[in-house]
Design a protein around this ligand. Structure first.
Ligand code: GLV
Ligand code: MN
Ligand code: MN
Length: 420
């Protein structure tokens, strides 16, 4: 009797194995937080490595930015490789499937191929990207950006909230921490057929439509900024309201303005995800306020108009309130329309397993946005339960949907074999 097929149950079980590794302060509360190169992150990478090794990959390695890379060789190793994968880092108190599903689905498929002793006429390279969420440093897409040449060497000098530089974090993790090793990760596009990524939808569309899978048409463009307002700290009891230069209230007004500006566009979004008053006290007017802005829209032009308007209006608010306003752009990613021929491959794969083809846009950012800059890409979304909630521990998928994703991925591999 042959070995049983890896299925959605295995994927859920593997997700639980990975989710055992969380940063201590969060783990104590039963929450999942895995940010770049923390011990929890390194343990997750080891778990993925062991899983890939046990699944029949020919080579498994960790590269200079911490990506876990598994190669399943084809019968014609000189043929162009299919690249796939997603990220294994998480947001703070995140879900178990954001990113990880897109590693585990291809791992399940490779396991099935290996168990059947089957080689495809092309290599499959599965990458667990080390960082996509932009949590620890003021930089993001560290994993996929290294493959596309988007990793900025200046990032190595960035410090985390505890003053640890990225270079030091890499050294502590046993990585080479040298720019030459990172630069060498850049992939030569002519060696690849394209990039495909499976991801939980992270929104309500598939759940509400009772659809297990969705074929992505395009990924929204985004810009992220860190902002600093400096006003004047002063006595909360004695300073008349009209004589204040309150940094926090300026940030609050800018946040509400950004919300309204995004609402005016309908499909633009703007989010202030973090806000701090460093060294603030209950009886002191905030003299400084730090906050973040994340702004996204379906096209680069719409995103740029959103960002430019919010910037101009924020400066006007700051001037009226007599506070200074600085913003530093920390991420800019272009909209990434799916490659039509790869989108069609996903559609045929979904049809081949007897499921309806539903096309939808991605509001979330993905590693595919980076790979988009050097090769054709297209994504498959998998329905999330709980109305698709994500960046939240309530994020969930069913084993049946994970099985369907695995079957769709296998059908995509067949499609590539049949129509190279
Ligand atoms: C990644 O999850 C993002 O879209 O922010
Ligand atoms: Mn995410
Ligand atoms: Mn993700």
């Amino acid at each position: 009797m042959g070995k049983p097929q890896a299925s959605g149950h295995d994927i859920l079980q593997w997700s639980e194995l990975l989710a055992r590794h969380s940063e201590p302060a969060w783990a104590e509360r039963g929450q999942l937080t895995v940010t770049y190169l923390t011990p929890a992150h390194i343990h997750t990478a080891r778990e993925l490595t062991a899983l890939m090794q046990a699944s029949g990959f020919d080579e498994v390695s960790t590269d200079a930015v911490g990506n876990v890379v598994g190669m399943y060789r084809g019968s014609q190793p000189e043929a162009r490789t299919l690249l796939t994968g997603s990220h294994y880092d998480t947001v703070r108190n995140g879900g178990k499937y954001d990113g990880r599903l897109g590693i585990l689905v291809p791992v399940a498929c490779v396991r099935n191929l290996s168990n059947a002793g089957r080689r495809l006429p092309f290599n499959i390279e599965v990458v667990g990207f080390a960082e996509e969420e932009g949590q620890r440093f003021r930089a993001t897409f560290l994993g996929s950006g290294a493959l596309t040449g988007a990793f900025d060497p200046q990032w190595l000098d960035q410090q985390d909230a505890d003053g640890v530089t990225m270079r030091e974090a890499m050294q502590q993790a046993g990585l080479p921490a040298e720019w030459s090793a990172i630069a060498a990760l850049r992939r030569e596009p002519s060696r690849y057929q394209g990039f495909v990524e499976v991801h939980i939808e992270q929104g309500p569309v598939l759940c509400e439509g009772k659809l297990p899978l969705g074929v992505v048409t395009s990924i929204n463009a985004g810009v992220r900024c860190t902002c600093r307002i400096v006003g004047l700290a002063g006595h909360a009891g004695t300073t008349p309201m009209r004589m204040r230069q309150d940094a926090l209230l300026a940030a609050a007004e800018i946040s509400l303005m950004a919300e309204q500006r995004a609402l005016d566009d309908a499909d633009s979004v703007a989010t202030v995800g973090q806000m701090q008053v460093p060294g603030g006290s209950i009886n002191v007017i905030p003299g400084e306020c730090l906050f973040t802005l994340d702004m996204r829209a379906p096209t680069n032009a719409q995103r740029d108009a959103l960002v430019n308007d919010i910037s101009a209006r924020a400066h006007a608010i700051a001037a009226r309130r007599q506070v200074s306003f600085e913003w530093t752009e920390v991420m800019r990613a272009s909209a990434a329309p799916s490659d039509p021929s790869w989108q069609a491959r996903w559609a045929r794969a979904v049809t081949a397993i007897g499921q309806p083809v539903y096309a939808l846009n991605s509001g979330a950012g993905h590693d595919a946005m980076m790979l988009h800059t050097i090769m054709p890409q297209a994504m498959l979304f998998v329905r999330g339960g709980n109305r698709g909630i994500s960046h939240n521990p309530l994020e969930t998928i069913t084993a049946d949907d994970a099985t369907l994703a695995t079957q769709a991925f296998a059908a995509l591999l067949d499609d590539i074999e049949a129509r190279p």
